[in-house]
Write a protein that binds this ligand. Sequence first.
Ligand code: ADP
Ligand code: 5GP
Length: 215
Amino acid sequence: MPSTPADPHNFKRRGVLFVLSSPSGAGKSTIARLLLADEPELDMSVSATTRPIRAGEVAGRDYHFVDIEEFRRMVAEDEFLEWAHVFGHRYGTPRAQVEAMLAAGKDVLFDIDWQGAQQLFQIAGGDVVRVFIFPPSMEELRSRLSKRATDVPEVIDARMARAANEVSHWDGYDYVLVNDDVERCFAGVKTILAAERLKRSRQTGLIGFIRKLTR
Ligand code: ADP
Ligand code: 5GP
């Protein structure tokens, strides 16, 4: 990995599996977009889902849109790192792309819910960093969902009904942030990623450096 101002010595290290979760509408896609544009060493895991494509979404970029038979086949053939039922549809993280990104020396960003974060942590423990984003209030959450204008009112009601349940899983995360101001929240997420990249336990290349240092 090339060195960055926050990681000047560029020791070889294990990739970070960086999970962003929030109730729908709190702003995790916004933060994820900013992060991907700003962090060349970070790649997005594109999930597979059985939910219908929304206006503005691009197949293969936002999700791999698959039918229920294909999703079941992928589950049966153990092609998912994790998968879950969300909002009456199924969502899963294809294993192969994550492995390819890590092998290419990238960190991987996941926009998955608490069930996914839990499963990923169970599999990959120390490599996983879990960040939960709160909305400043439930009123503001509803307002953002309405302004986003991608869902009909019944779907917004369903997302609001689920939001309290999502929030109740906050204690399964390593970091929590409030997205009242996008720039401030983004700065917080970048700080977390920078610090996690510097963790001793990830820096497998440190050993060679220390041998030379103490020889
Ligand atoms: P999520 O991915 O969590 O469902 P989005 O990133 O799509 O949420 O954000 C939902 C809506 O709220 C979008 O229209 C987005 O532009 C807006 N938004 C995100 N963060 C903020 C913020 N801090 N203040 C105001 N609006 C925001
Ligand atoms: P949406 O339909 O709004 O794109 O996503 C709904 C929810 O599903 C979000 O909370 C999102 O984080 C979650 N999600 C998306 N992909 C996955 C996945 O692969 N696994 C899990 N567990 N959740 C996912």
